[in-house]
Design a protein around this ligand. Sequence first.
Ligand code: UD1
Length: 438
Amino acid sequence: MQRPEGEGMKILTVVGARPNFMKAAPIIAAINAHNEGIVAKSAGPQEARIGIIRHILVHTGQHYDEVMSGSFFNDLNLPKPDIHLGVGSGSHASQTSEIMKKFEEVLLSERPDVVVVVGDVNSTLACALDTSKISFDSDGSRPLIAHVEAGLRSFDSSMPEEVNRIVTDHVSDLLFVTEESGLRNLRNEGLSADKIHFVGNTMIDSLLHFREKAEASTILEKLGLTGQAGTNGGAKSATRYALLTLHRPSNVDNRDVFGNIIAGLEELAADCPVVFPVHPRTQRRIREFGFEFSFGTNGTQPPTNSHGSAMIVTDPLGYLDFLCLMKHAKLVVTDSGGIQEETTILGIPCVTVRENTERPVTVNSGTNTIAGTKTDAIKNAIRRQLDLKTGNGVPKNWDGRAGARIIDILVRRHYDVASFRPSPISNNVLLEDGCACR
Ligand code: UD1
């Protein structure tokens, strides 16, 4: 695609749902750092213009509440979105198609050189698919598609995210991989080696950048969790507590499965307070299934239920508050993907209440264990993890520089290939060490 004379690359980044924000923030920070470097090195504004990256942030509006979206922009110092599609909730088909219709118009008016999509939510899929089929001129030129967090596979196609990941990877031109399993998976699916870059994990870039700032959060005080000896080397002193998140449809939409998980947590809740910031989907199911008795009502005082256990139930929390709670927790129980990674870096034992993980490095190198969703298996995993002394280390390239690596690759790719024409997806089988690993 030909740019007007004298203008630099234009990158459009898509965010839509809560886990996208912390993955996109380091990419935007790296663009800003790149631009500052260009300005410092250039003789004048005219010269700088060629090298400066112009950036457009698009929010699809898949998540829209202050607690699911707005607060993350403040916490992560994200700029206000340039374009907000305001799509909101809906079935998979209606949400995905609504995003596609609106994002196509954005592509045609903005004509970016690169579209960056992150993670595996419906917004990721919708915008990648749109970009793969757009045509800016009679030659069929279109933006490059860069997928951040490519290659993760749970091998469970009943997960909407698994479908989103596979399709997004197969229409993308640049695959930015977070862990070695991703390289293997993409290789096994026959994706071309020259598309694949092992850059590390932008979600961990955010964690490393904000972990000190999270210490200023007052969430421990608000929830009455301060007072005893410090944990995890932090400056704060926290009481012994566990942290819980549950939001996967497969866990909370089915009454029996959800009930089994609650039963698996009773022993833990009798042992120490369990802080439970509740996702809107889960809040709805708790009411619908009449499970309020297990969780008490929303408030800051731990309610004691009929089993004598204590659950501290809150609305969803912002990034810094949640990070502070993770840092000081004795144990985290979750069905989230990202939290398995974050606890790995923080060295906090994690029990994943799912049958699988698309992030095996968190089990092999980290502090995570996959418990499944049966009551006894959850209880056993919690007992084992409460005794865990330490993880095995830091996964390769989780060093806080993934965003910078991505921008470096995009810049070099842009100036090497002035006009990109999509080619059919390659069926090249990668050589054993043929990935463009950096
Ligand atoms: C989505 C992602 C999932 C991710 C999760 C993080 C897909 C397919 N799923 O799931 O991968 O782990 O986000 O939260 O993209 N709602 C609100 N306020 C909001 C957003 C949603 O109340 O700001 C409620 C709505 O009732 C909605 C429900 O939550 O129907 C579920 O939201 P949705 O975006 O459809 O899926 P998530 O379960 O959040």
